[in-house]
Design a protein around this ligand. Structure first.
Ligand SMILES: C[S@@+](CC[C@H](N)C(=O)[O-])C[C@H]1O[C@@H](n2cnc3c(N)ncnc32)[C@H](O)[C@@H]1O
Length: 323
């Protein structure tokens, strides 16, 4: 979705952008290469942050790239702590939710059901609760595990999978991603002709791993919090571009933008005649091109939404936003 992101973010020289999910740096580099602008690059993963620091020291990006090790749900306090800037300070913000290629391809991080590694899945240890996949799989109750797989993975066989996990751990702790994947795949075998297909609609192991990851990293609450902060951090005309891969994430981004654009009839909007804080820029959701989906199957589920900040006051007070 890189070219779509650039089109909708529309970077301009002299402006400051925030990449809330630096990852492997693809979006940040593309923004910085597109014109003489600056980027604050956020990631909660120390490995991604290290990469960003190295990139920031290279001649092309020196003085233009500012890495921040933070959860994006705390972007406002991270900016306050690290820069002497008053709000609003960004001319555009982008989020590419989920797991990076670097994370998924490193077996020792425990994100992949295809690579054998320890059951971890933590993007960072910045969280207080910070439990690992090992703790979740071996110590949560069968009901808790089933609820997580159903809620975040949408798997109708969640109860069966949870029962198989509990059965297996009674014999010996489940230590690795390979062991967990084998349990799920044995419980919900894919037909031979679908094997090797990563598609979430078809692959139970992919869905179970995704569900555990979303829960462990508290991804939905983080997203809500970052969206809310964008109202305070974006200058008028600044764009918010959100790329997501999961229907729950897309729903949160959509509801937020529709709410702020006054497209949702809420009691508050009706009684206080609120002025929209965002204008919707893409009529509906933007999806990856046929060319991209042909070479990158994961992009099939990508959805991009974009809003442009207006001059109006933020609609959401600091505190949880009821979406
Ligand atoms: C899909 S990747 C981004 C890939 C990036 N756009 C690129 O071009 O390489 C998502 C990144 O967001 C980070 N991330 C996920 N949740 C986060 C959060 N709550 N706070 C900060 N970073 C987060 C992950 O650690 C990961 O590196």
């Amino acid at each position: 979705m890189l070219s779509e992101v650039l089109t909708h973010l529309a970077p301009e020289p002299g402006k400051i952008y925030c990449d809330l999910t630096f990852g492997d740096g693809g979006y940040t580099k593309a923004i910085l290469d597109s014109c003489d602008c600056k980027v604050v690059a956020v990631d909660q993963d120390p490995t991604a942050y290290e990469k960003a620091l190295q990139l920031a020291a290279t001649p092309d990006y020196k003085g233009r790239l500012f890495p921040l090790l933070s959860k994006f749900g705390q972007i406002d306090s991270a900016v306050k702590k690290n820069f002497d800037w008053s709000f609003p300070c960004f001319d555009g913000m982008v989020m590419d939710i989920g797991v990076s290629s670097g994370q998924i391809e490193t077996a020792s991080r425990g994100f992949s059901y295809k690579l054998d590694g320890p059951l971890d899945m933590r993007m960072s240890r910045l969280m207080r609760k910070s439990i690992s996949a090992y703790e979740l799989v071996n110590f949560y109750s069968r009901e808790q595990i089933a609820d997580i797989i159903y809620k975040y993975g949408g798997d109708r066989l969640s109860r069966k999978i949870a029962a198989a996990i509990v059965d297996a751990r009674q014999k010996a702790p489940i230590e690795t991603t390979g062991e967990l994947a084998a349990i799920v795949q044995k419980t919900c075998p894919q037909p031979r002709w679908q094997r090797g297909d990563d598609d979430m609609l078809r692959n139970s192991a992919a869905r179970t791993f995704q569900a555990l990851r979303i829960y462990i990293n508290d991804e939905l609450a983080e997203l809500e919090s970052a969206l809310r902060s964008s109202e305070y951090l974006l200058r008028p005309q600044g764009r918010l571009v959100v790329v997501s891969f999961h229907s729950l994430e897309d729903r949160i981004a959509k509801n937020f933008l529709y709410h702020c654009a006054g497209k949702r009839s809420t009691q508050e909007a009706e009684t206080n005649h609120v002025v929209p804080s965002f204008e919707l820029k893409s009529k509906s959701v933007v999806q990856a091109s046929k060319e991209e989906t042909a070479v990158n199957s994961r992009s099939r589920s990508a959805k991009l939404r974009v809003g442009q900040r207006t001059m109006a006051e933020p609609l959401s007070p600091f505190g949880p936003l009821d979406l």
